[in-house]
Ligand binder design. Structure first.
Ligand code: NAD
Length: 475
């Protein structure tokens, strides 16, 4: 089958690579010519500058130039195409609604390219992006108006999680295809022939509206579940001395009906999807006259969770951030990715700067370069106070406090680095509960404040106003 993937970001590039590995003839098309050049080299360092996913560059290296091609001219690759996947950005507007400007512009362009085809057989256009319910029908109208000819528009939402995108694309838990026409079901069945009769993979054929809805309900459910643990479980652990959040979590999730995924409490969930998707669903439901209080709470709990450790440091440990130097480690929204979109670290660093810190020493194993673009001093002069470091050691040295903002495995040994690098009084804010030996830190005079636990403030001469904390039992 000849497949075109329009938009080769995190979703599109992984999809294009995996389809090419399955032996389809795949063309990635993107308006970013720099990306097209980088991907066509097949070289890991070129590819990973744009999309850093385990296993991705290896597949591209094998298939590029044979089954996988890249182009920044749609018209030159359109002839003979069977399926066109749209993997374009669908950002949020200020009111939460989905901005489809890029989408609509791209589909108008596509309509012109399809209208110019010599080969008039049916082509299936597929939304892989997360788009509001009803978008497939809307695009059908745009393509028709643009004279696209013999085509169908379907929904095939993407469920990948960054960091494990390739593994999930090679063996997804489900494939959802929403079409109106048997011909389109057939074409998608050929694209996904490996998955269609797979015993472990649910292959769901439904309407475009249902497929679009499945994506929003799934993502909103996941964020609500995370917010439940952060808003309920974590709060119990933080308020009740003697309540062990880790044991609580194990006890609750021992029930087969309750997921362990999402039960690890944290300083909020980031990434390009959860926040924008829940806001979009709230907007869509409100337009239908539905009460959205529950979803609004999920969203608000998650947003405040990103920065609330800063408030706890002030209120529970008597810490003043003014003029202090703070290390922030874990900049990407989670481990194993360089994706900075909606990362909790952005709120953390902006929150620290707003509290008057003198300097932020920042570190991430994969995302330093992407973070430099986010924290561009041309956009905000305060970002000049951020210094990027190439190890946790260098980030922590000479600082007054540390904020752990993501779950990179290498942070689990960071208590050793703390003890050998900085002397107490020193404050550790642990947004991901990454320090299992925190008791030793506290015994050695460090203050430890983690999501899900009461503040642990040692007997420090410069914290005389914290007598109540000293009396509290250790977890
Ligand atoms: P992305 O920003 O990484 O990639 C989008 C790509 O589209 C970029 O390479 C950009 O250059 C390109 N592009 C922009 N305008 C274009 C145009 N007119 N023509 C061709 N290319 C154009 O975005 P993403 O993370 O891949 O997300 C894409 C969609 O998939 C979004 O709707 C997102 O919500 C959804 N999604 C994302 C994930 C994820 O984890 N990233 C998971 C599931 C679903």
């Amino acid at each position: 089958m000849k497949i075109i993937v329009i938009g080769t970001g995190y979703v599109g590039l992984v999809h294009a690579a995996v389809c090419s590995e399955f032996g389809h003839e795949v063309y990635g098309y993107d308006t970013d010519a720099g990306k097209m050049e980088a991907f066509a080299t097949g070289r890991a360092e070129q590819i990973e500058r744009h999309v850093n996913e385990p296993g991705l560059s290896g597949i591209i290296r094998e298939t590029v130039g044979k089954y996988l091609h890249f182009s920044s001219r749609l018209e030159s690759i359109i002839e003979g195409v069977d399926a066109i996947f749209l993997c374009l950005p669908t950002p949020a507007r200020l009111d939460g609604s989905t901005n489809l400007d890029i989408y609509e512009g791209s589909v108008r362009h596509l309509a012109g390219a399809l209208a110019g085809r010599k080969d008039k057989r049916r082509v299936t256009v597929i939304n892989k992006s997360t788009v509001p319910i009803g978008t497939a029908r809307h695009l059908e109208g745009l393509l028709e108006k643009g004279g696209a000819g013999n085509f169908g528009v379907c929904s095939n939402p993407e469920f990948l999680a960054e960091g494990t995108a390739v593994a999930q694309a090679l063996e997804p838990d489900r494939v959802v295809v929403g079409c109106d026409h048997p011909e389109d079901f057939k074409i998608l069945g050929q694209v996904y022939s490996q998955f269609k009769n797979h015993v472990k993979i649910k292959y769901i054929e439904t309407t475009p509206e249902t497929a679009e809805g499945i994506k929003y309900v799934a993502n909103t459910m996941l964020l609500t579940y995370i917010s439940f643990w952060n808003g309920v479980g974590a709060k119990l652990g933080e308020k009740i001395p003697g309540l062990d959040i880790d044991a609580l979590r194990v006890g609750v999730t021992a029930d087969d009906r309750i997921s362990t995924w999402g039960s690890l409490v944290s300083n909020g969930a980031g990434g390009s999807c959860f926040g924008k998707d829940i806001r979009s669903l709230i907007y869509q439901l409100q337009r239908l006259g539905v009460n959205t209080k529950m979803l609004e709470s999920s969203y608000e709990v998650n947003e405040y969770q990103k920065v609330y450790l800063i408030d706890r440091a002030i209120n529970e440990a008597g810490f003043s951030f003014n003029n202090k130097t703070v290390a922030v480690i874990g900049l990407a929204f989670k481990h194993n990715t360089n994706d900075m979109r909606d990362a909790s670290s952005i709120d953390v660093i902006e929150g620290l700067l707003a509290k008057g810190v003198a300097k932020v020493m920042a570190y991430d194993p994969l995302a330093n370069e992407a973070a430099k673009e986010v924290f561009d001093p041309k956009a905000n002069v305060l970002f000049e106070k951020i210094e990027f470091c190439d190890s946790p050691n260098k980030a922590i040295k000479g600082t007054d406090a540390l904020f752990i903002s993501s779950d990179c495995d290498e942070f689990r040994g960071v208590s050793g680095t703390i003890r050998s690098t900085v002397k107490p009084p020193y404050l550790v804010l642990d947004g991901r509960r990454m320090i299992p030996d925190y008791k030793e830190l506290v015994e050695n005079g460090y203050t430890y404040l983690a999501v899900g636990s009461t503040a642990l403030v040692p007997d420090m001469p410069d914290m005389p106003d914290m007598p109540d904390m000293k009396d509290k039992p250790d977890k």
